[in-house]
Design a protein around this ligand. Sequence first.
Ligand code: DC
Length: 240
Amino acid sequence: MNFVVAIDGPAASGKGTITRKLADELELTVLPTGDTYRCLGLEVLKKGYGIDQVYEITELARQLDIQLRNVNGKELVYLNGEDVSNEIREPAISKLSSLVSSIVKVREQMVLLQRRMAEGKNVIAEGRDMGTVVFPNADVKLYIDANEEVRADRRYKEYLSNGINITYEEVLEQLRWRDENDKNKKVGALKKADDAILIDTTVMTIDEAVEKIKSEIQPKMVKKKSKESKSEYNEDDFDM
Ligand code: DC
């Protein structure tokens, strides 16, 4: 079976946490596509490229070597064989990842990479254009949102617990900038797919959201599985 759940939404909407909980409970592979842009942002920073060096950045995107590994229950991101899980969460990389993701040629490469990473797996993919561009035929599409202050507060607490020195006002300002940039891209802009279910985590706890989404996904998984096993059975019949 190749089952795909596509989750989109703005930064700190709760989609990362919700995705991981659902993945655990439904045995799906997590595909955090923001991490692919974050890795590219880190590469650009290390090479010292300016954001206008479109050719060089697109080449980097083409050659990106990313591996997602689960080590002792921790989800780690490896870039060119090196663990970059913490580095890619730095505020400077958040901004750079949004900037590189605005380059149309970069997005073409990233869409190919993300589809390759999902090949042959049952996945839950989260990002900004999962339901609209990368997996337009996903089995379930969700758009997770929350108001600006709630999202800024969540990200601020996350930074503090990771020892990052930043004020709430700075976080709110960065979030506003990123929302604006992510929603106004020429290609792959953040928007709700017409057939996506809207979940607002301003008024719902993460666990409530998980339960609601699970009730949407589970029947579809069961239906797809039984449909596929029936068609396998028919093929065997035909072989005889
Ligand atoms: O989900 P995140 O905050 O880790 O994503 C980092 C940036 O990457 C985000 O500001 C926009 C970009 N991004 C994107 O353009 N498309 C995606 N599918 C995922 C992320």
